[in-house]
Design a protein. Structure first.
Length: 359
């Protein structure tokens, strides 16, 4: 579940050619935000000459028209997460050229590039590594055994896909570290794994083994004070609800953070499919989580990207009133409210912390 090669890459070219939109290039955008210093360039012919800050609002890498040895890159990362996870055919020539030059290729697609026999032979000769972060052979079911008592697990869930569950957990993780706590961000999707170099590609684990893979990931890291577990999909999603439930029961969180995007009322990519009322989803999630142990919502993470600053402030205030929980947009406001809620949860459920604080 660890891939040390990913964390060794220090000159990454992000390939988004022809797909540089927030909908498709969310992997690239997150890598630009959280591995800023490692991104040497973004490849997109249409936008060559711009910077990533101009194109994506993240990082400050140059946009170039194609890969070339002159970039001095040690790797190319596929920067898109398209529906179906297919590799665009037009990308094959420059990826093959990079492999011939000994450059690593890292992909989070459902198309496994490491199963291309011709590319594998070229890579063997050149010293290139082809890494499919979703590829796994996990074949063990969950045990259901309890985790270490002092380990607080916080899991981000939400009303749909691509709303900021990963960003929420990363930002809380950073905030807790700043507060002096030992933490681990546990990635459960391709982008999170590319950022952290470790995790479980939950949407590509055989369904019977999702709980077990997540449980194992937690157990590998439960010496930390806090584990911040990235969420996937939503419990009401017409396609991805199984992964959502497997994650929920695999990590058995004591704390839940609910994420939603203001103004999104239909399931992404499913025209006419309404998102159920948020309260209904939260009630279902909490009930399902409690089948594995004590669990409750501790906060709300609001994605206000489509709102003006004034509108965003009002939306966050409405969320706090509506749900009776601390709320914030971790992009605009920072994660401080959710960090405080996490510390309060630790004090409530870990006896040693209660003694230290005199509570």
């Amino acid at each position: 579940m660890n891939n040390q090669l990913l964390t060794r890459h220090r000159r990454i070219a992000l390939l988004t050619d022809g797909a540089s939109t927030p909908f498709l290039a969310k992997t690239a955008i997150s890598l630009l935000r959280y591995r800023t210093a490692d991104i040497a360039a973004v490849i997109d012919r249409e936008h060559a000459g711009k910077t990533s800050a101009e194109l994506f609002g993240a990082g400050n890498a140059p946009i170039v028209s194609t890969w070339s040895p002159d970039l001095g890159c040690d790797s190319i990362y596929i920067g898109i997460a398209p529906p179906g996870g297919k590799l665009p055919g037009a990308w094959r020539p420059q990826l093959e050229a990079a492999i011939r030059a000994g450059v690593d290729v890292v992909s989070g697609l459902h198309d496994f590039l490491s199963e291309d026999s011709e590319w594998c032979e070229i890579a063997k000769q050149s010293g290139s590594h082809i890494v499919d972060v979703r590829k796994n052979n996990w074949k063990e079911t969950a045990t259901g055994k309890p985790f270490r008592e002092g380990c607080v697990r916080i899991h981000a869930v939400g009303h749909d896909c691509s709303i900021g569950k990963m960003v929420t957990t990363i930002e809380i993780d950073k905030g807790l570290q700043a507060a002096g706590k030992s933490t681990q961000f546990l990635a459960t999707g391709q982008t999170g794994i590319m950022i952290s170099g470790r995790g479980v590609p939950a949407d590509c684990v055989v369904s019977d083994f999702v709980n077990g893979a997540v449980e194992h990931l937690v157990r590998e890291n439960d010496e930390a004070d806090f584990l911040l577990v990235e969420g996937q999909g939503s419990i009401s999603h017409p396609a991805y609800s199984a992964v959502t439930l497997g994650l929920l029961h695999g990590c058995a969180p004591q704390g839940l953070v609910f994420c939603y995007e203001a103004g999104r009322n239909e399931v992404k990519g499913f025209d006419g499919c309404a998102i159920p009322p948020l309260e209904h989803q939260m009630r279902a999630i909490e009930q399902l989580a409690r089948l594995r142990g004590s669990s409750k919502f501790i906060g709300i993470s609001v994605n206000t990207r489509k709102l003006s600053p004034g509108e965003a402030k009002l939306e966050v205030e409405r969320a706090e009133h509506r749900f009776g929980l601390p709320a914030c947009d971790v992009y605009r406001d920072g994660p401080d409210k959710l960090v405080r809620a996490s510390l309060e949860l630790q004090a409530a459920c870990v006896p040693s912390v209660l003694q230290e604080t005199g509570a």
